[in-house]
Ligand binder design. Structure first.
Ligand SMILES: Cc1cc2nc3c(=O)[nH]c(=O)nc-3n(C[C@H](O)[C@H](O)[C@H](O)COP(=O)(O)OP(=O)(O)OC[C@H]3O[C@@H](n4cnc5c(N)ncnc54)[C@H](O)[C@@H]3O)c2cc1C
Length: 204
């Protein structure tokens, strides 16, 4: 129910504005992308404090970025967690990683970038983050201009390393009555994550 979803999100955006905070909206399967972006555009026009997740595995994502950026909608770029057909998404991980990097370059480009635009990279991929940081250096952006978001409990050692280097790091924490099903769903999206979580609990 898009109308009800919009109303619920209006309440959250309003509360975020009162607290001088920011509202990030996640992205689900491709069937919901257009409806989600439409709500995001309406919320941004009304409140001006809204960002959305875009998925680098989708062929459409560069076009979505180009359309959203002038509106000042923040973008949290992730690789994408769902199983999508090749007509809609890159099937090969190497292509997803390359598309992530190309979109990151476009997000960081100073030309036409509104002051309010928030560019965020939601990934635990240390090599990809290193590549983005190296690109920032070549265009004269300091580490402090970079923002990386990770999930709670994952790659903690990398989070600390990035903070020490001056990168802004936020950790996404699931809370409320549904935190456990949400966290389990995120783990289940990628069975390898269960092993990662256990390993990262002991990582230095
Ligand atoms: C803040 C945030 C918000 C997200 N929101 C969404 C969303 O709205 N919609 C959506 O579809 N997806 C979302 N995701 C999930 C995302 O799409 C990926 O499925 C997930 O982040 C895994 O991809 P990756 O980029 O971290 O690294 P991958 O390419 O999966 O892995 C690269 C390397 O990173 C490290 N790594 C990866 N995962 C872990 C782990 N769990 N623990 C330890 N190390 C790890 C490993 O060294 C691995 O080799 C979100 C992710 C984050 C961090």
């Amino acid at each position: 129910d898009a109308g009800r979803c919009h109303q619920n999100l209006r309440a959250l955006a309003e509360r975020a504005r009162q607290l001088n905070s920011y509202l990030w909206i996640d992205m689900e399967q491709t069937a919901y992308v257009d409806a989600t972006l439409e709500i995001v555009r309406r919320l941004q026009a009304e409140f001006g404090n809204v960002g959305v997740c875009l998925q680098a595995y989708l062929h459409r994502t560069m076009d979505d970025l180009v359309a959203l950026r002038p509106l000042g909608v923040g973008v949290r770029l992730v690789k994408g967690a769902y199983s999508e057909p090749p007509a809609l998404a890159f099937p090969r991980k190497a292509d997803v990683d390359e598309n992530f990097f190309q979109i990151a370059v476009a997000m960081l480009a100073p030309q036409g970038r509104p002051a309010a635009f928030r560019a965020v990279f939601g990934t635990h991929d240390a090599l990809l983050i290193a590549r983005i940081r190296a690109h920032c250096k070549t265009i004269g952006l300091a580490d402090s201009a970079l923002e990386v978001h990770m999930l709670y409990g994952i790659q903690r050692a990398e989070q600390l390393r990035l903070v020490q280097a001056g990168v802004r790091v936020c950790v996404l924490i699931a809370y409320g009555a549904f935190w456990f099903p949400w966290y389990m769903r995120r783990l289940a999206e990628r069975p390898a994550n269960v092993g990662f979580v256990i390993r990262s609990m002991f990582a230095r």
